[in-house]
Design a protein around this ligand. Structure first.
Ligand code: LLP
Length: 419
């Protein structure tokens, strides 16, 4: 693996060799900054780990759906995993061939099924019997066969935040074993449905190999049930969820998983993985500026210009993102709360974060913000979404402009009685 993309040079934080104050000057703050090099290194890590296995890598578009990032990954030959008609359209726009796109998601409309079938999708990943009926109707109307994969709920609970465990009992996702059998019967009877794969997704921010191995055994078990119905699903999809955390801390042991799976992938099936965060999470940071510092009832705060409207993860999951001052001042590290400007108590970027002295105008980098940062950003408190910049081979490229303020009311209609 190549070296990490962030380094302090002469007391200034650099990203792929570019000083971050220069990025702030050119593009303003807050600003998402990504490294194409780091994303490609992350792709290489998967490819090296699973080299020799029949293996396909599909990028989970929801982690970061920016066109430039999708294009980079499509050009690398990855497939995509999408969860809505919008993500499907984005993926096609960015150059993913439909034959390399999987359409997952717990609720799809007939129009989304139609779009998927018309474009020639690799598989619609179906999560309920009702959806299977809907897909069959659409396929029938179009006079085409629908490639189907079944999303299973294996009732496994990996260690992660409860919001992020999606393959456990009590979660809305997938089919249980009884529904899987009913689905197989239905596909066997239907003329327009063609079973091509089995799928599951355990959840997100997982660091243990064991739940994946248990999930793989579950997929193999259902594969042999499918064989009893005369099917031979071509791919088994273990989903995404591979955890990342701040540099030097925990990282999902991909190589260990690959080694453990080596003897367990039957010759006739392809193993599919669909990581999002593990490809783009540590390849992005959020550059923000300190607006002011203050003390309230003895607690120290730095108020920055990037809040929960830009990075929701700390407020929603209590997620930890490392904060690094771009030009650290000398002085003792003392705990302080880094908070955003949004009018909510939950608008905290990091609590009790040991930091050197900060002053108004200082820049900070909020790390590991490449996944589920931009994609979950909102205009809450009427704050336009920030600019996004990609570094490629030592050059910065604006890949999304900061929203003009007029975008805050774009699409709104003033009713005649108020004109
Ligand atoms: N496949 C499916 C079917 C998924 O639902 C997801 C993520 C992935 C793959 C990719 O998971 P990853 O490798 O990125 O963990 N907003 C949360 C994460 C939600 C993940 C939703 N599904 C967060 O900020 O942590």
């Amino acid at each position: 693996m190549s070296t990490y993309w962030l380094a302090e040079v002469g007391g200034v934080l650099h990203a792929d060799g570019i000083p971050l104050p220069e990025v702030a000057r050119r593009f303003g703050t807050p600003c998402f900054l990504y490294s194409a090099g780091r994303i490609l290194t992350n792709v290489e890590r998967f490819r090296n780990a699973f080299f020799g296995l029949p293996f396909e890598l599909h990028y989970a578009v929801k982690a970061n759906p920016l066109g430039a990032i999708l294009r980079l990954l499509a050009r690398e030959g990855l497939g995509a995993e999408v969860v809505s008609g919008g993500e499907l359209r984005r993926a096609l726009w960015a150059g993913f061939p439909a034959g390399r796109i999987l359409f997952t998601g717990v609720g799809k409309t007939p129009q989304e099924h139609e779009l998927a079938l018309r474009c020639g999708i690799k598989a619609v990943v179906v999560e309920s019997l009702g959806e299977l009926h809907m897909l069959e109707d659409v396929a029938h109307e179009l006079g085409t066969a629908a490639p189907v994969a079944l999303r299973l709920n294996p009732a496994l609970s990996p260690e992660t935040h409860p919001h992020l465990a999606t393959g456990r009992e009590g979660s809305k996702f997938g089919l249980d074993l009884a529904a899987t059998r009913a689905a197989l019967e239905m596909i066997a009877r239907a003329g327009d449905l063609h079973l091509v794969g089995l799928h599951l997704h355990l959840g997100s921010q997982i660091f243990q190999v064991e739940p994946y191995l248990a999930a793989w055994d579950f997929l193999l078990k259902v594969h042999s049930v499918a064989e009893q119905y005369g099917f031979a699903p071509e791919f088994l999809d273990l989903g995404g969820g591979f955890g990342i955390s701040s540099v030097g801390e925990r990282i999902f042991p991909l190589e260990e998983l690959a080694a453990a799976l080596t003897k367990k992938v039957p010759a006739e099936v392809t193993l599919v993985l669909e990581p999002g965060r593990a490809l783009v999470g540590d390849a992005g940071l959020l550059l923000a500026q300190v607006l002011c510092t203050k003390e309230v009832h003895g607690r120290r705060y730095a108020v920055v210009d990037a809040g929960m409207n830009v990075l929701l993860r700390p407020a929603l999951y209590g997620a930890h993102h490392r904060i690094v001052p771009v030009v650290p001042r000398s002085g003792p590290h003392e705990p302080m709360d880094v908070v955003g400007p949004v009018c909510e108590n939950a608008d905290v970027v990091a609590r009790d974060c040991p930091l050197p002295p900060l002053a108004s105008g200082d820049l900070i980098a909020i790390l590991d913000a490449g996944a589920y940062g931009s994609s979950m950003a909102s205009q809450y408190n009427s704050r336009p979404r920030p600019a996004e910049v990609l570094i490629h081979e030592g050059e910065t490229h604006l890949i999304r402009e900061s929203e003009p303020v007029e975008d805050l009311w774009r699409g709104e209609v003033v009713p005649p009685f108020l004109v």
